[in-house]
Every structure is written in C-alpha cells, then in structure tokens.
Design a protein around this ligand. Structure first.
Ligand code: EPZ
Length: 425
C-alpha cells in the first residue's frame, strides 16, 4: 500500500488547476445508460472511483473509452445486472439503478455497504422508485427493482438528515422515461444535481427546478446522445483553499466555480482567510492571525459535510475554541484521533467536535480512513513541523486527481512512497 511522506512547514505558493467534479461525474456517467446513442463527457477526473464506474458500465455492456479526461460511452445494448464485486466496492455505483429502471424497467445491484462515515441507507432511493411503480425486492445481498410501467407522480424525498444527493439523482434519472409528470419535493440542491439535470436535458429530458428543493420531470419516450463538460470539483477547490490557509501561503486557484462554495468562503473569511476573485482566478491567503470559528454541516447551500474534516485541520491552528457540528453523517469524525497524533487538541461531544486550537502541530505517522479524512491529514501534515507519513492513501486517490503532483507544484515537500510498516505507539 502507498503512503504520502510530507515534510511540513512550507507555505504553499503558486497556481493550481481544479479538476472536474467526481460527484458530478459519477451520476452523469450512470445517466449515459439511459440512451442507446453515444455520449461524450469531458473534464472527467481520472480517479479510482471514475475508473470503477467505467468498469461497471462496461460490465453492463456499454462501450467505454476513457482518455485524457474525456469519456466516450455508448450503451447501445445493456444488461440489467451489474457486477456484484464492483458495485459492492463503490457506494456511488448505486446511481446506476435509476437509469437501468428507466431504460429497461428492471435493475439489480448489490446492496451498497455502509462505510466508515455512516450506515449509508438507501431507503429514500427505494421509496422514490416504488412511488414510480417499481416493485422492490431485497434478497441475498441484492436489490431487485422491476416495473411493468413507470408512472410519474409527486413524492417527498426528505430523510432524517434532510435531502439525499444520490437519491435525488437516481429518482430523477428513472423519472425521465416515466409516463407523466414527477415532482420531487425536498430534492437535493447540490451543484452536482444541477449538473446532472443539465446533462439529462441535453439528452432530451424535460427537467425544471434543479437546484431548488422542488424538481419537476416530465417523462419522454426516449433519450438521444449528447456531449457535456462536468463542473469543477468544489470539494477539491475547498481543500486547496484550506491547504493554502493552513500553510500560511498564497495560492491562485484556476478552473473553479466560487458560486458553488459560498458557505465555505463565508466561513474562511470569518476565520480571517482572504478569498479574492481576480478574473478567472481565486486568490487565497491569510488576512492575519487565524480566528477560531464554529461550523455546522448542512445540505447545500449550507456548509458541505465533505469539507468538514479539512476545515477541522485548519481550525486546529486557530487560537481559541472552534465547535464543529456534523449534521449529515453519524460517524464522520474518524480524522479526530489521527489529528490528535499530530498534537491537535479535539474532544468529541455527540455530533460536535470541540477544537482547542492554536498549538503548533508536529509530524507523525497517521492513518487515512476515508476520502476526506485523508485530505485533512495531508493538510495537517503540510502545516505541521517535521515529517508526517499518511498511510493508506488509496482512500485519497478515490477522490483527488494527482493531489501530490499538484501540491509539489505549489512547493510542498510531499512524495508518494510504498508504506513501510510503522511502529504505532
Ligand atoms: C453524496 O453521497 C456524495 N457522494 C457524498 O460525498 C456526500 O458526502 C453526500 O452526498 C452528502 O453531500 C457522491 O455524490 C458520490 P446522501 P450520498 O444520500 O448521495 C441519509 C465524498 O466524500 N440518507 O445525500 O450517498 C444518509 O445516511 C462523498 O465525495 C438516508 O437516510 O449522500 C446521510 O445521513 C462522501 N436514506 C444523508 O441522508 C437514503 O436513502 C445524506 O446522504 C439516502 C441517504
């Protein structure tokens, strides 16, 4: 397994180009199953998750070519059963169900497991499919959804933590080929849902309201091929903004969409980090001493849960008490114990982490546990004095394209090494 070896204490300086959004690309890749005509998707990040999704589409019978960030996908004829092993390994693959149901009126996927950040139920996805007329059966680790007809209908998709991003995506995709009108109330408003709706409309779907809590889909008979460029990755953008601030550097970010990050920019500004638009660039640097701030994660346009861990790494450097409350996932504090190994003082109280910031961090071997926790550990390692080894960075490679390369270009002393067994005290 590979690790990152980081010699911290170097302020990041220079320019970094943001890649296409992983969380927009995955459902858009799945949506190509809705048409028998060829599609071209541009600015797809080259990640283990997008490569997995390409394999899943190919296992269903689609022709898939992935070269220099451009995906050519032609789902001329497809089967209904996705490869159990592949689907089980990547939770995001659940979003092939909607397109399979829409196109073939049947779908079978393995029950996606929970993961380190929470149980990850799919009850709302299944509620939406059933509302459209699908019969759902769960047996032997598989979910089978079949429907003689899909009938458009109003539905409420809100759950215990508010809206569901992939649940909204899944039901929206199935509804594009239903008979009649579907109205999704308490729909997710994330930019990735808006980007998917834009692609679906390019295929000939009739969707309005994406980006608001009420999305209306008027079913059509079939969909044609289309070309699409994926939006920039707002979580990668936030990650580099925070890395710039944590190392007291000055970084220009290109290819980003700041309108997708208003809550993050607002919180960084409150923490005394300056984020300025200069033409097509975002300039990020500290405005003086970091200030402790309170953060609560919420559905969009609230503070994104996918930036919570990275923000916590930054706030360990801000003198004072910062309270970080996680309202989306029930177990998204795996990074706390690893940040403590770098000298951070953080106490968990229920859904909140109380960060007593201001003490400098010092390097140590740490273990990545999930995608965004690993990003937080890299940020902390970049800011810490001495050497930090972040182990199991396969987690990071799932969602960040060439992160070590991009950081080296900003002056970071980071290299990818084979993991040496570390004595863990
Ligand atoms: C998407 O996951 C993202 N993944 C996640 O990013 C992101 O953290 C999450 O949305 C929230 O923004 C992709 O887009 C591939 P949800 P998703 O359904 O759609 C509960 C990353 O780091 N819920 O919006 O699976 C659920 O338990 C990943 O890039 C139900 O109760 O998340 C959670 O508490 C991590 N029933 C909340 O809703 C359901 O049927 C939000 O989950 C579905 C979800």
């Amino acid at each position: 397994m590979e690790s990152f070896l980081i010699k911290g204490g170097v302020p990041l300086r220079g320019t970094v180009e943001i890649s296409g959004s992983k969380n927009a690309a995955l459902p858009i890749m799945a949506a190509t199953l809705l048409t028998s005509e060829p599609c071209v998707i541009r600015r797809v990040p080259d990640l283990s998750d997008t490569r997995f999704m390409a394999q899943i589409l190919a296992s269903l019978g689609a022709e898939v070519k992935f070269e220099n960030g451009t995906l050519n996908i032609h789902a001329r004829k497809i089967g209904t059963y996705a490869d159990y092993e592949l689907v089980r390994k990547m939770r995001g693959s659940i979003c092939i169900m909607g397109p399979l149901l829409g196109r073939l009126r049947q779908a079978r996927v393995s029950l996606p497991g929970g993961c380190i950040i929470g149980a990850r139920p799919i009850n709302l996805h299944l509620k939406g499919f059933a509302a459209l007329g699908a019969k759902i059966q769960i047996a032997g680790g598989y979910i089978d959804a079949t429907a003689k007809k899909l009938i458009g209908t109003p539905m409420f998709l809100g759950g215990r933590a508010g809206s569901t991003v992939l649940g909204t995506a899944n039901v929206m995709m199935a509804a594009t080929l239903a008979d009649g009108v579907t109205v999704i109330e308490s729909a997710a408003c994330e930019p990735e849902v808006v980007d998917l709706a834009k692609f679906l409309n390019a295929l000939g779907a009739k969707i309005s309201g994406a980006g608001s809590p009420t999305i209306t889909i008027t079913g059509v008979k079939n969909l044609h091929g289309a070309e699409h460029e994926v939006i920039p990755d707002r979580i990668e953008t936030a990650t580099f903004m925070i890395a710039a601030a944590a190392t007291n550097g000055e970084v220009a970010i290109t290819g980003a969409q700041p309108d997708h990050l208003r809550a993050v920019i607002d919180k960084l500004t409150e923490a005394q980090v300056s984020v300025q638009r200069r033409g097509a660039k975002l300039l990020v640097r500290r405005k003086g001493r970091l200030k402790s701030v309170d953060v609560t994660t919420l559905p969009h346009s609230g503070f994104p849960t996918d930036v919570q861990a990275q923000m916590m790494a930054l706030l360990t450097l801000a003198p004072g008490i910062s309270i970080i409350t996680e309202r989306i996932f029930e177990a998204r504090f795996m990074h706390v114990s690893e940040l403590a190994r770098l000298g951070a003082d953080i106490e968990i109280e229920g859904p909140s982490a109380i960060v007593k910031g201001g003490r400098p961090l010092s390097g140590a071997p740490v273990m990545a546990s999930d995608l965004r926790a690993s990003a937080a550990l890299v940020i902390a390692g970049l800011a810490a004095k001495g050497t930090t080894q972040v182990n199991r960075i396969y987690h990071l490679d799932r969602g960040y394209e060439r992160m070590d390369e991009k950081l080296r270009k900003l002056g970071a002393r980071i290299q990818r090494i084979e993991e040496k067994v570390q004595e863990r005290g």
